[in-house]
Design a protein around this ligand. Structure first.
Ligand code: CTP
Ligand code: MG
Length: 234
């Protein structure tokens, strides 16, 4: 039976949020942001290990206590210059550090999506376990879409039918994802699914909801804090 692994790329600096601390360490609901994603992934009974990919010069991880996750957590200090590079470096390092098979599943999840729920995670696993290719959590685009000219004036309204916003986790088999990211050099790969699509394959879109958003701009912090605090109340 194929095993399940989660991999969290956490080697970014959070430039758009504009804080001194890399955003994965900003405090949300009393914990560093990345703690929330690690907690949700580690608490899933099907996931064997959760791999965190840090920047080689990370000086923040060791300032926190991660012992509650020690049975599942694997730490790698091999992050790269882009998200895709961090994921690929992590996947490559796994080949020599743990027993991972070509057809084992890897769920790649952004450290910057702290509001992922166990329900969303289980839905992804349930819908993809027997899938040929794999897929990702996503939501249909809700807003009306405008195309602008260079003066920031709307020229046309784009049809939103068939358009989705990609989220994470994104779940693919170990060898397929490693090969896809290795051969995606030069393509603008902002998520794992785009490397799979570049091979001509069609990842499945698993319906999620907007609470699993990516904390990107300063104003996103307050919403994430609100969602996480609300969940703490029984
Ligand atoms: N990431 C990574 N290695 C990089 C860049 C990003 O592991 N070289 C990770 C981030 O830490 C984050 C995820 O990829 O968990 C999604 O990236 P993003 O939200 O863009 O985070 P940052 O790149 O840190 O933020 P920004 O783009 O605003 O600088
Ligand atoms: Mg980035």
């Amino acid at each position: 039976m194929p095993k399940f692994f989660a991999l969290i790329p956490a080697a970014g600096s959070g430039s758009r949020i504009g804080e001194d601390l890399p955003k994965q360490y900003l405090h949300l609901a009393g914990k560093p942001m990345i703690h929330h994603a690690i907690g949700t992934l580690c608490s899933d009974g099907r996931i064997a290990h959760v791999i965190v990919v840090l920047s080689p010069d990370d000086s923040h991880w060791s300032q926190h206590d991660w012992s509650e996750f020690s049975s599942k957590l694997i730490l790698l200090n091999c992050g790269g210059a882009t998200r895709a590079e961090s994921v690929l470096n992590g996947l490559s390092a796994l080949e020599t550090s743990i027993a991972i098979a070509d057809d084992d599943w890897v769920m790649v999840h952004d450290a910057a999506r702290p509001c992922l729920t166990s329900v969303q995670l289980e839905k992804l696993l349930d819908e993809l376990t027997n899938d040929e290719i794999g897929g990702l959590l996503a939501i249909p685009v809700a807003d009306t879409l405008k195309r602008s000219n260079t003066n920031q004036r709307a020229t046309t309204t784009e049809p939103r039918e068939g358009l989705w916003q990609a989220q994470t986790p994104q779940m693919f088999r170990y060898r397929l994802l490693t090969n896809a990211l290795s051969s995606a050099d030069g393509i603008n790969v902002t998520d794992d699914a785009s490397a799979i699509e570049a091979l001509g394959l069609h990842p499945k879109l698993v319906l999620s909801d907007s609470n699993n958003f990516k904390v990107t701009y300063p104003q996103d912090l307050a919403l994430a804090e609100l969602i996480l605090q609300k969940r703490k109340i029984p």
